[in-house]
Ligand binder design. Structure first.
Ligand code: EPU
Length: 350
């Protein structure tokens, strides 16, 4: 275990923001976490686990322990006729885990290829892409609880996963550290390719009965084409969530803008892509100082040069205002903003 007081988080976030943590800590074994109360006896510091920091914006310094859990290991816990239970340690890189699953013929996660980050971060944000969310395959999580200094298993149902969120990024933020994640995967491939862009891509390549590997390669190609690589250009993927609006509103929007893409969610609700709303407001490929929107995707904010969390948030607040004024929709951040109170778009624009 290694720790450093008053340490920079610049190399620990994909936006490379200059915030500092009261303590920055790296652990390679879960048992090391049991020593935290003895190491930091005087304060009840919050503990924030970071995977690759690829979905976080620090608006200020973090007044607690920022932890990188470098736990490794992937194993099959149980094989049944149709499914397998796979356990992966939180520090496993997500994309490599997806590849390992495919190699072992454990199916289901192929649509989630190339998502940056670690296995431990996947349930926190309920990562999703191309018609699949991690929630569909999650069985449970082993966590270390700071308040009890103990490990326990949390069934997926207790982790409260929803669209790009979970209780780990709301109610349990600063309290729980995921050490291992269990997935229930399929032994026979059941490729999901109904997401329009993926479907169109495979059909254009004359693939009409795709294998899991075909879906994997298609997703990798589509993501490489459309999204900037965070190692080349600092970014955190989608900055806002796609808003989910009542069907009547979506129909009204469609009358005004026949091209608006709509994704029905059931129960009379429709998801409208935030990227489309932002592009309509003229925000695609726009640069202001060190920050901007990606030229191929208006929903992805990028840092073209050294920047700060506050500068990014002030830029994001302008995007938020445009969409609010034109469409009456208040976009919600998809990235985790810390502290959460720093996201006050009207205040940021004053
Ligand atoms: N669009 C525009 N202009 C843009 C960007 C998008 O008109 O600048 C339109 C596209 O034409 C498309 C629609 O918006 O019809 C949807 O775009 P896309 O397929 O790129 O998906 P998204 O809704 O913007 C979501 C996830 C992504 C995930 C993709 C693919 C959220 C917040 N984001 O983006 O996840 O990769 O679907 O499934 O749900 C992430 O979470 O960081 C992320 C990248």
């Amino acid at each position: 275990m290694e720790w450093e007081p008053n340490a920079s988080l610049q190399s620990w976030t994909s936006f490379r923001l200059p915030a500092k943590a009261a303590y920055r800590l790296r652990c390679t074994q879960p048992e090391e976490l049991l020593r935290l109360p003895e190491l930091f006896p005087l304060e009840e510091l919050p503990v924030l686990p970071l995977g690759n920091g690829s979905n976080v914006v620090f608006a200020d310094d973090y007044p607690g322990i920022v932890l990188r859990a470098e736990f490794r290991g992937i194993r099959c816990i149980e094989a049944e006729e149709d499914t397998v239970c796979i356990e992966a340690a939180a520090g496993e890189p997500w994309h490599e885990f997806v590849v390992t699953c495919l190699r072992n013929q454990w199916y289901g996660l192929e649509n989630l290829a190339l998502i940056p980050g670690t296995v431990g971060a996947a349930p926190v944000h309920n990562i999703g892409a191309y018609g699949v969310e991690v929630q569909q395959f999650l069985e449970g999580l082993q966590v270390w609880d700071r308040t009890q200094n103990a490990f326990y298993w949390l069934p997926a149902s207790a982790a409260g996963l929803s669209y790009r969120s979970s209780l780990l990024r709301t109610q349990f933020l600063g309290q729980l550290v995921i050490t291992h994640v269990r997935f229930r995967l399929l032994r026979r491939a059941c490729p999901r390719w109904d997401y329009p862009e993926l479907h169109g891509f495979l059909r254009a390549a004359h693939v009409f009965h795709p294998s899991a590997l075909d879906v994997f390669h298609a997703v990798v190609t589509l993501r490489r084409r459309k999204l900037p690589d965070p190692h080349q250009l600092p970014n955190a993927g989608s900055f806002f969530k796609n808003p989910i609006v009542p069907q009547e509103y979506a129909e009204e929007l469609r009358r005004r803008y026949p091209q608006v893409p709509c994704f029905p969610q059931g129960e009379g609700m429709v998801k409208i892509p935030a990227g489309w709303l932002l592009e309509q407001c003229g925000w695609k490929g726009i640069r202001q100082g060190s920050v901007g929107t990606w030229q191929h995707h208006a929903l992805v904010l990028v840092a073209y040069g050294p920047t700060t969390g506050r500068e990014l948030l002030r830029f994001a607040a302008q995007l938020w205002r445009s969409v609010y004024e034109r469409f009456g929709i208040a976009l919600e951040p998809e990235v985790l903003i810390l502290p959460p109170e720093a996201w006050q778009p009207e205040e940021l624009l004053r």
